[in-house]
Design a protein around this ligand. Structure first.
Ligand code: CTP
Ligand code: CA
Length: 224
């Protein structure tokens, strides 16, 4: 079938992919999260598998199905996602696509927080989540190729390049996620590929076509 067609440049290579949002509990019924459908990360996982890779997809909560030909691990929080990623090391390549919540609730409640009618709610104290990409990019068992994303609403290239350096990534896929672009939740994406040696601006593509091109680029960079 289609899954088996074509050359297999990543045959035998282990690749970790993160995808989707994370959910950070406030109490048993409420959470904070980033907007993310998981479409781009899941399609990248599938595209890498079609190139022969042994893909370990660490997925936050999404409504789309697990990709074909991929081993999927389901997690909820950023802390769980980091643990699941580190449990897959060593690996050859890591592609961190997840829209990880930057903060979690410092002390989530064991019981549902009841509203007090007419009273302002207590403020939520937040604490910073671990940075999974940065951890992997500086890890003792760092994969040979580390790829991140940068979701920006302005200054896409400057912010993307800062993330490349700060997080120890080889490539950053920077995209404009302003509401007017329709990228969030939609089926297309417009990305800039940022590397230490330059930037490549890709045209407007479907998320599947971004995945195909990125998987091919990853295979070429890994070989080179
Ligand atoms: N990322 C991660 N763990 C986090 C936050 C981000 O692994 N706790 C990864 C994302 O998967 C992505 C990259 O880091 O590959 C950039 O995420 P982004 O949210 O754009 O960057 P941040 O460093 O969180 O900065 P900010 O949200 O302030 O722009
Ligand atoms: Ca962030």
């Amino acid at each position: 079938g289609m899954v088996d067609a074509g050359p297999k440049p990543l045959q035998g290579r282990k690749v970790i992919v993160t995808s989707g949002p994370t959910h950070e509990p406030i109490d048993p019924v409420r959470y904070i999260a980033n907007r993310s459908s998981g479409k781009q990360g899941h399609s990248i996982a599938a595209a890498l598998a079609r190139l022969g890779a042994d893909v370990r997809l660490i997925s936050g909560p999404v409504t789309i199905p697990d990709p074909v030909g991929v081993t999927t691990v389901h997690v909820e929080t950023a802390t769980e996602m980091l643990g699941a990623v580190e449990a897959q090391l060593p690996a050859d390549i890591a592609v961190m696509v997840a829209a990880v919540a930057d903060w979690r609730v410092a002390a989530s409640a064991d019981q549902k927080i009841k509203k007090q009618p007419g009273e302002a709610p207590a403020p939520l104290a937040l604490t910073e989540n671990p940075d999974i990409l940065k951890t992997v990019g500086h890890h003792a068992q760092r994969p040979k190729l580390v790829v991140g994303f940068a979701a920006e609403t302005q200054n896409v290239e400057t912010n993307g390049r800062a993330k490349l350096e700060r997080k120890g990534a080889d490539l950053i896929v920077a995209n404009d996620v302003s509401p007017e672009t329709g990228v969030m939740g939609g089926d297309h994406n417009r990305v800039n590929i940022i590397a230490a040696d330059g930037i490549d601006v890709w045209p407007d593509l479907s998320k599947n076509d971004v995945a195909e091109r990125l998987a091919a680029l990853i295979a070429a960079r890994f070989a080179g």
